[in-house]
Design a protein around this ligand. Structure first.
Ligand code: GAP
Length: 512
């Protein structure tokens, strides 16, 4: 299926099966804002819990907080967001459509990546079993040319943006002959900066109200609480503070479904370290976070690291973990070496000491920070889009199956009585009542069993249990596996143990 069609299928499947709805849809929706439905919220909660367990529960030196969305407005002056949280925008004069200049250029480079992938696919077909992808990528002249061109373009863009040379960003767009996807013309305005924070007001009357911002990242709630947590938790460096929560950005080019939203959720962790050790912790967290993603079994080929060409105002090193979304490789998570920028700046603006006293070395210092930041909604999209598959079965029929990692699936097990009589519904209900203490269960007695299996396949339920007439005789049921469609006979008394092992976070996280 073409990538565009696959993505459309993802969006319609998410709606049809109660995962994601356009926000306030009865009023025709609100651009780049979405609501999570009954299954979506369960998947989202499970992703959040999987992250929290791996980051907080499994690390003795990481604790969690939940800071407010509203923060003192000086926070955003100190963090640099008031002055520097901008996107470079460009308008097409014919279509009157506004674009992010850096995204137009990155999309151009993305097309070079697609050309490389096509060369690889062609060569793989030509050489068959003999094909060595690594060698091909490092020696094929055409591939090397595309790679070099892409790097040159990104390096120039990074330099121009870093130097605030917006005229050169426009010149680059013109040199690359980038056209407006809508009008097809190259009639561009100059590039301008646009601040992404949403403003709001706190107070009863217009005169006394204070101007606030909706937080554009959760990280600052951690920095302003550094001393509170360090002292009350008696935390010793190195240690981390984690938090999940909403963030808001007035994204101008909001598109691609829940990939880029105006209201979204982040899962962030700030790891406080001794200055000078940032390189080693940067490598550590790159590896640890990639392994967390890999533990979900979505395939190593779907991830890659991308080093930032343009470093944010606070960073001395930064990279993204990119995921292969239906529209290509894009950022899923950021790993940033933030130096002491945030704590030092909050010290300056608040006139409060934000330092750590190192007893062993008998000295105080402002800690350096290593940040890991992953979008919960983006993680949802990665998991969901990767899971949705159309399969042709042996008998030639088609099935739509959502192969969600079992640990994240909204419903772990669906229990069916084969027929609605002979005491089978009662046995099925008693199995539901037992299993629901430990996992999310559904009960379904409507339609033929084959149709019920298909319904659960499309919903992403990894296991189905069917209670039949044999159950009444020998206390066993059929356990059906979603991905292989294999069925096995299992004693009712063993169900809980067998299933708990399959869906427990421990089983999945132990792969890290
Ligand atoms: N505290 C650092 C920070 O916020 P970021 O790269 O701007 O860094 C981190 O954002 C992550 O948040 C991204 O990797 C992405 O997963 C998610 N994210 C950022 N903007 C988003 C948006 N508009 N919609 C959905 N997710 C977004």
């Amino acid at each position: 299926m073409a990538a565009e069609d696959q993505f459309k299928k993802v969006i319609s499947h998410a709606k049809e099966y109660g995962y994601v709805f356009p926000s306030s849809e009865i009023y025709d929706g609100l651009s780049a804002v979405y609501d999570y439905g009954q299954n979506g919220v369960a998947l989202k909660n499970n992703i959040r819990a999987y992250w929290w367990k791996a980051m907080v529960q499994m690390h003795e030196n990481i604790v969690g907080i939940d800071a407010a969305i509203f923060m003192h407005p000086t926070t955003w002056k100190a963090s640099g967001h008031v002055d520097a949280f901008n996107d470079p925008l460009i308008d097409n004069k014919d279509s009157k459509k506004r674009y992010r200049a850096d995204v137009l250029i990155e999309d151009y480079v993305g097309k070079l990546d697609t050309k490389i992938e096509k060369e690889v696919a062609k060569a793989a077909k030509r050489f068959g079993d003999q094909f060595d992808k690594e060698q091909f990528l490092s020696t094929n002249l055409r591939v090397l040319k595309y790679k070099e061109r892409g790097s040159e373009i990104l390096a120039r863009m990074g330099k121009s943006l870093g130097n605030e040379d917006l005229a050169d960003v426009k010149a680059l767009i013109e040199e690359l002959e980038i056209t407006c996807p809508l009008s097809g013309s190259r009639n561009w305005t100059d590039v301008k900066q646009f601040n992404l924070m949403f403003g709001t007001k706190l107070g009863a009357s217009a005169e006394s109200a204070t101007d606030l911002f909706l937080r554009p990242e959760t990280a600052q709630g951690i920095f302003v609480n550094f001393s509170n947590v360090q002292k009350t938790g008696r935390m010793k460096i190195p240690f981390g503070i984690a938090q999940t929560g909403k963030a808001f950005r007035n994204e101008i080019v909001a598109r691609q479904f829940i990939f880029r939203m105006r209201e979204f959720e982040q899962m962030e962790m700030q790891f406080f370290i001794q200055p000078g050790t940032q390189k080693e912790w940067y490598d550590h967290w790159k590896k640890t976070r990639l392994n967390w993603h890999l533990s979900l079994g979505m395939g190593p080929d779907n991830y890659r690291f991308h080093d930032h060409d343009k470093l944010a105002h606070y960073a001395d090193a930064a990279c993204d973990i990119e995921f292969r979304f239906p529209f290509g490789f894009k950022e899923l998570e950021g790993i940033h070496s933030r130096t002491d920028f945030d704590l030092s700046s909050h010290e300056k603006f608040s006139s409060k000491k934000l330092q750590y006293f190192d007893h062993e070395r008998s000295e105080s210092y402002v800690p350096y920070v290593l940040e890991t930041s992953v979008g919960l909604d983006r993680m949802f999209l990665a998991v969901f889009s990767n899971a949705l598959q159309e399969e042709t079965l042996e008998d030639g029929s088609q099935r739509t199956v959502l192969k969600l990692p079992a640990v994240l699936a909204p419903t772990k097990v669906a229990v069916f009585p084969l027929v609605k009589k002979d005491g089978l519904p009662e046995i099925a209900q008693s199995i539901v009542n037992e299993l629901k203490w430990d996992m999310e269960i559904a009960y379904d007695e409507k339609d033929a069993v084959g149709r019920r299996y298909r319904r659960q396949d499309a919903l992403g339920t990894p296991f189905c249990i069917t209670v039949d007439h044999q159950t009444a005789e020998d206390q066993t049921v059929t356990l059906r596996h979603r991905d292989t469609m294999k069925q096995q006979r299992v004693a009712i008394s063993e169900l809980s143990e067998v299933l708990k092992k399959e869906v427990s976070m421990r089983t999945w996280l132990e792969r890290i």
